[in-house]
Design a protein around this ligand. Structure first.
Ligand code: PLP
Length: 398
């Protein structure tokens, strides 16, 4: 008998960024020297004092369930960290810890949205945003951005699309995939529009510490108007802790209670060892994070220079994260030696992987035609070598 799956499975798309990682791993396993600009995580190890705290947690017996919304000790560490960043002291019942920012976002959408609702997402968007919204039963509503202005919202497009079924908006600055950092003015404008229309603003601040040209401003510090805001942060990128799976949400206590109810019936609680390690990360020596940030900043320059030196490619300097989002549209509709026409950036990215053994991620997957996403979470030497290989492949196109 054929297996019958739920309609939900058809509604959501698989994570194609994870698929690219899997393809790179498969090529490496065949002995091919692959350069991977597809990665969405720091290449650095978790700082040693955090690893030590994780080891100690195991030895001390933190190997059991914790409270569903996270250990009090970690919530207090989050309280301290957030107070230092925003000046606001949140109550611990306004904080819920999850297994990564991904779970935080998914559970938040399930707690807030349902069928019939629309949620604004800015395009180019991180691949998972539309899927979190669809998993909740609601529909994503895509709004354009301005590439030359760090992909800030195109407010004209937004104003045209406002309708009564919109319940919320997801913003992400610094952004994956563009690395764009929105100005305080753009965020304040978004808060004003959201307040006027009664939308909740979900601010994904996963890349909070990775802002290069100015200080990071948390949305909370800009919300003097009092819009309803839910902030999500993660240990993954800032502390090089992607595998420890800890993220957290700060929101009104009613929302946190609703999220705890859903989370308690799905994963019980966040990973106990990861929580203890996160306490050390948030309260311990900040120097390793600053060192990583400085390295990323150096590599950003190397990749920026190399990409802009490519014929027909333009790339603005991203203000944050570890992604570049260059415009390769002049290579669309060109022909390979085998006679294949590169119709979109999926074709272009496949062509670069097949001919140069370099992994890039197609902008079409993020809702951006003509762009590729390249991560600079790798050494300057590898960045130069990878872009050189891309250049050679592009030269072969007619
Ligand atoms: N938000 C954005 C924009 C991301 O890029 C990611 C990871 O790639 C996440 C959230 C989730 O990260 P994690 O689940 O590892 O905390």
């Amino acid at each position: 008998m054929p297996i019958s799956l739920s309609r939900l499975v058809d509604k959501i798309k698989p994570s194609f960024t994870l698929q690219m990682t899997a393809r790179a791993a498969a090529l490496r396993a065949k002995g091919i020297d692959v350069i991977n600009f597809g990665v969405g995580e720091p290449d650095f190890n978790t700082p040693f004092h955090i690893i030590k705290a994780g080891q100690k947690a195991i030895e001390d017996g933190y190997t059991k369930y914790t409270p569903g919304s996270g250990m009090l000790e970690l919530k207090e560490a989050i309280q301290t960290k957030v107070k230092n960043v925003t000046g606001t002291l949140y109550d611990t019942n306004q904080i819920i810890v999850s297994n990564g920012g991904k779970q935080s976002l998914s559970v938040a959408c399930q707690a807030l949205f349902e069928e019939g609702d629309k949620v604004i997402i800015f395009s180019p968007y991180w691949v998972s945003f539309p899927e979190f919204v669809r998993l909740s039963g609601a529909e994503p509503l895509l709004v354009d951005t301005l590439p030359s202005e760090q992909f800030e919202p195109d407010f004209d497009d937004l104003n045209k699309k406002i309708d009564p079924s919109i319940k919320g908006v997801i913003i992400n600055s610094p952004s994956n995939p563009t690395g764009g950092v929105w100005s305080d003015q753009a965020i304040i404008k978004m808060l004003e529009i959201s307040k006027a229309n009664n939308w909740i603003v979900i601010s994904d601040e996963t890349y909070e510490e990775l802002v290069y040209d100015r200080e990071f401003t948390a949305i909370d510090s800009l919300n003097s108007i009092g819009a309803e805001v839910l902030t999500i942060r993660s240990m993954s990128k800032t502390y090089a802790m992607t595998g420890w799976r800890i993220g957290y949400t700060i929101a009104d206590k009613v929302i946190v209670k609703a999220m705890s109810k859903i989370q308690g019936q799905t994963t019980s609680c966040p990973n106990a060892i990861g929580q203890k390690a996160s306490v050390a990360a948030l309260l311990g020596n900040p120097q390793p994070v600053l060192d990583m940030k400085n390295k990323f900043q150096e590599r950003r320059q190397v990749m920026f220079d190399a990409l802009n030196a490519l014929d027909g490619v333009t790339c603005d300097m991203p203000g944050g994260a570890f992604y570049m989002f260059p415009d390769f549209s002049s290579y669309l509709n060109k022909e390979t030696k085998e006679g294949k026409i590169l119709r979109d950036t999926f074709d272009l990215s496949d062509y670069i992987l097949d001919t140069a053994s370099v992994v890039t991620v197609a902008g079409d997957g993020f809702g951006a035609k003509g762009y590729l996403r390249l991560s600079f979470a790798t050494s300057g030497k590898i960045i130069k070598a990878g872009i050189k290989r891309i250049e050679e492949s592009l030269k072969e196109l007619k």
